[in-house]
Design a protein around this ligand. Structure first.
Ligand code: B12
Ligand code: SF4
Length: 504
């Protein structure tokens, strides 16, 4: 949306207010790397934004409090600044969001915003713009969602804005300053993060996708631009940040892209981009040997597949439309590819700490994971519920197990024996006799159990260390960021400069 704004009005200014650093090492070990803005910061931020005619904000739900405070501070200084809020949060929670600002976008924004912007800047009537809600003196105008973008439209959109000529809020100076490539590395490491396709046909109970489907069932279908478009985008990103060493595709369901499209993508990518890439959206139902081979030969060095649980009962509870047999078969394909193409082990998402899991459910799940073909690692999440998901509704109706108001990071797993064993399984395969003996000590999440604080910390740290080493061994920085990488980058610049001087 920043790129669309710049295209419509080249004088528009872009500001980043980071609220945490997702890939910094400390944020993995604890929910540490979340940045706290204080009252003075909102003053400084609003000082810079309050002279805007139109202030556009984009955010997901975790940033809601910041958005409300920034909007209120701006309005206090200048009532005439028109504030428009878009992103996953206002889409999923429009009723709450519209109370904080003048307008919200409840659809994909590229086309809706263009329409609104032309009317707004020409002083014409804009309150009927499809895909937007407006808070007017007379009440709230709720326009219907705008149609989802077609492939032709997707091909015509500008590439992502990734921090050229913009400002970032600096937590040391506690004010905005120019964004530099060091900031890019601080938050993204040496990775370029993007999405190629949009849409997902499933409705897992913990996922916001069901919310998107309620807005428009069209979100079920996979939509994507031409291969030309994504190749051009990646070339442009490399021109801006030549140090990019990995491309990360965050698509919900990348692997569901049609085979012929993937073939064209793989061919062009291997010839024109030649960088390792990571695919996050590997749904077990769509993984096939030939698709994985195509991608691996084009440079895929890592994949991530959602498993969530090895217990049939819990898979049904999450409404995962897959089978254990299908997961086993897909894990086998991924493990074979990892060995053949010397990839970083695939990572399987597992959700832990579900209060409904009995000892038997957990044992079934752990034994299932134990039996999966190696190599693999696990990404272990602690169950959290997002408002308006089916999971949220479930806990609303079952207050005896309520987890809705646990605001800690979903990487903060409980110090249970189950989680220690999960970390262990993510690192290595213990001998069967030891493993099945350990399984006997598992307690259900519905039972009282001892907290193993020290052992849990140790297992979690060892787990992150082993994952970090697997990446470093292949010189992959796609899941790491932070100041240390900036230092590393600066040193390599000095090294390269001195080499150039020497050779001159
Ligand atoms: C990529 C991604 C990320 C990347 C973003 C990288 C990047 N460079 O952008 C990373 C990994 C950083 C990330 C982080 C998180 N994410 Co995320 N992410 C996604 C994902 C997979 C795709 C987002 C995307 O590009 N969508 C496609 C574009 C076209 O849609 P869009 O982003 O919504 O933007 C359109 C409209 O919203 C609108 N719009 C957006 N902003 C604005 C602004 C204005 C002014 C206007 C008019 C319109 C407008 O126009 C846009 C273009 O059409 C979505 C899943 C999904 N299906 O959307 C989850 C998703 C958005 N993430 C989610 C979550 C929960 C998170 C985390 C909280 C996870 C965590 N705990 O770590 C963090 C939060 C980070 C933060 N600081 O807030 C949830 C959001 C739920 C919610 N209620 O907000 C989603 C929906 C996943 C899910 N299915 O549950 N995420
Ligand atoms: S498959 Fe992934 S994106 Fe789709 S609904 Fe399930 S969790 Fe969400």
């Amino acid at each position: 949306m920043a790129a669309v704004g710049k295209q419509l009005e080249p004088r528009s200014e872009v500001y980043f207010v980071p609220t945490g650093n997702l890939y910094e090492v400390t944020s993995k070990l604890a929910s540490g790397a979340r940045y706290l803005l204080c009252a003075g910061d909102y003053e400084k931020i609003s000082d810079r934004l309050c002279d805007a005619d139109l202030l556009c904000i984009s955010s997901m739900s975790p940033a809601t409090d910041h958005v409300s405070k920034i909007a209120a501070a701006v309005k206090k200084k200048n009532r005439r600044t028109f504030i428009l809020w878009g992103g996953a949060h206002p889409m999923l929670y429009p009723q709450e969001a519209i109370e904080q600002v003048d307008a919200i976008c409840i659809s994909e924004g590229e086309t809706a915003f263009r329409k609104f912007y032309h009317a707004f800047s020409d002083g014409k009537e804009y309150s009927q713009t499809p895909g937007m809600w407006f808070r007017m003196g007379s009440g709230i105008i709720k326009n219907p969602p705008a149609p989802l973008s077609s492939q032709e439209q997707l091909n015509s959109f500008p590439h992502l804005f990734y921090g050229q000529e913009c400002q970032i809020f600096d937590y040391r100076r506690r004010n905005f300053r120019d964004f530099s490539e060091r900031d890019y590395i601080m938050y993204n490491g040496f990775a370029y993060r993007t999405i190629l396709s949009m849409g997902c046909a499933f409705s897992c109970s913990y996922c916001a996708n069901s919310g998107f489907l309620k807005i428009d069932p069209g979100y079920r279908a996979l939509r994507y631009p031409s291969v030309d478009y994504i190749i051009d985008e990646l070339k442009a990103a490399r021109r801006t940040y030549p140090f990019i060493s990995t491309v990360v595709f965050y698509d919900d369901n990348f692997i569901a892209l049609p085979f012929e499209y993937l073939k064209e993508f793989a061919l062009r990518y291997a010839q024109e981009i030649r960088l390792p890439f990571v695919v996050f959206g590997l749904h077990p139902n769509f993984i096939t040997e030939d698709k994985i081979a195509l991608l691996a030969e084009a440079g895929m060095n890592r994949g991530r597949m959602g498993i969530q649980s090895g217990s049939k009962k819990i898979l049904d509870f999450y409404n995962r439309a897959t089978t254990k047999e299908r997961i086993i078969a897909s894990a086998e394909i991924l493990a074979r590819a990892a060995r053949k193409y010397r990839m970083i082990p695939p990572a399987y998402d597992i959700i832990s700490d579900n209060p409904l899991e009995t000892g038997d459910d957990i044992r079934e799940s752990l034994a299932f994971i134990y039996g999966l073909k190696r190599p693999f690692t696990l990404t272990i999440f602690s169950l959290r519920a997002f408002a308006k998901t089916a999971l949220w509704e479930y806990f609303e109706n079952h207050p005896e197990n309520d987890i809705r108001f646990n605001a800690t990071s979903y990487l903060d797993t409980r110090a249970t024996f189950t989680n220690i064993l999960l970390y262990l399984l993510a690192i290595a395969k213990p001998p069967p006799r030891l493993f099945f003996w350990l399984l006997k000590h598992i307690r259900g999440n519905n039972e009282k159990q001892r907290r193993h604080l020290v052992l849990h910390k140790l297992a979690k740290s060892l787990y992150f260390l082993s994952r970090g080493l697997a990446h470093l061994r292949r010189f992959d920085f796609s899941n790491m960021s932070g100041a240390w990488l900036v230092v590393f980058y600066n040193c390599s610049l000095v090294f390269r400069r001195s080499k150039r001087v020497n050779s001159a």
